[in-house]
Design a protein around this ligand. Structure first.
Ligand code: ADE
Length: 314
């Protein structure tokens, strides 16, 4: 089984230590290189703290993972998966929180990440309810462009949601938290199942035992719906009841919902994973260009998406 092929936590740590050592003490980063500030976020296995590099004054977000906690819960592989996903993505796209370096001490693992000054999209949504149509379109487009890049590098995120969309200095969005990410082996478009956050889980994850790039497109549909409607597409009184609704594709659009957006969402929230808009292999009539070419995105200039200023947040 996969369990048996995975290296033990002890092996993983020994390898990481050996790598650190081989790089030499002189070049090693430690916590002393940073002045730590406020807590930016907290997850089950990590906290993210603002930190300023003492020499350069450059702000970062440092994700801190407690080794003993990871080992106790058999989660060391998730830390490694996140590091691998971030490493595979490199510095190649403005829509992804970049990993600058990693280091560790006796107790913890540290990921030095881009600091996104304007926080989570979730906070914005909580504050203003829903986004204006130009905003929803702009952020949906940035998300599409980033997912395209991510998938081209063989990375699936598997937990896309407004909490994991951060806003930088210029209010452009950056995807973060690849803790549930998966780097696909070349040629293999399948990955083991992981269950994400209730409201954004694709139906195949609730039934079958695998996930693929198409699950990110389901989440995209849920997110665009939420941007515009100001509420979840699927919401029951419990996670179980939410999952029932997802499996039955039970959702409705509020009165006056933009027609182009509605058409787009209906082409993303499709039960059959391979039939979701954007999922087809390059050159097919259902590939990423078909998604980018959808009429909802007509006002978007894709080649200036990361250069043009965003519409005012409202
Ligand atoms: N919260 C979680 N990650 C963050 C980051 N990279 N920048 C700002 N806030 C965050």
């Amino acid at each position: 089984s996969l369990e048996n092929k995975r290296p033990s936590d002890a092996q993983i740590l020994a390898q990481a230590r050996a790598r650190s050592k081989s790089r030499g003490r002189l070049s090693m980063t430690t916590t002393d290189d940073f002045k730590f500030g406020t807590t930016l976020g907290e997850g089950s296995y990590s906290t993210v703290q603002k930190a300023t590099h003492v020499i350069t004054g450059q702000p970062y977000a440092i994700k801190i993972l407690e080794k003993s906690h990871l080992i106790r819960n058999n989660k060391m592989h998730t830390a490694i998966a996140e590091r691998n996903a971030l490493a595979a993505l490199g510095a190649g796209h403005p829509g992804i929180v970049r990993l600058h370096s990693t280091f560790q001490d006796e107790w913890r693992l540290y990921f030095v990440l881009d600091f996104a000054r304007n926080g989570e999209m979730k906070t914005i949504l909580n504050k203003i309810g829903s986004l204006s149509l130009p905003c929803a379109r702009y952020y949906a487009a940035q998300l599409v462009d980033t997912i395209d890049y991510m998938h081209s590098k063989g990375v699936i995120h598997r937990d896309l949601k407004p909490e994991n969309l951060l806003l930088d200095d210029s209010y452009r969005t950056k995807i973060c938290d690849f803790g549930t990410g998966k780097v696909l082996e070349t040629g293999v478009d399948r990955a083991q199942t992981w269950v994400g956050t209730a409201q954004y889980i694709a139906p195949e994850l609730l039934e079958a035992k695998e996930t693929s790039k198409s699950s990110d497109f389901w989440a995209l549909g849920c997110i665009i719906y939420q941007f515009i409607a100001g509420r979840f597409a699927f919401q029951g009184l419990s996670d179980f009841l939410t999952w029932q609704k997802i499996k039955k594709l039970e959702y409705t659009f509020p009165e006056g919902f933009d027609n182009e957006a509605k058409d787009l969402i209906q082409k993303l929230l499709v039960r059959e994973p391979t039939e979701r808009l954007g999922v087809g292999s390059p050159g097919s009539e259902n590939d990423i260009d078909a998604l980018k070419g959808h009429s909802f995105f007509k006002p978007i200039s894709w080649d200036k998406l990361w250069v043009d200023p965003p519409p005012p947040l409202e």
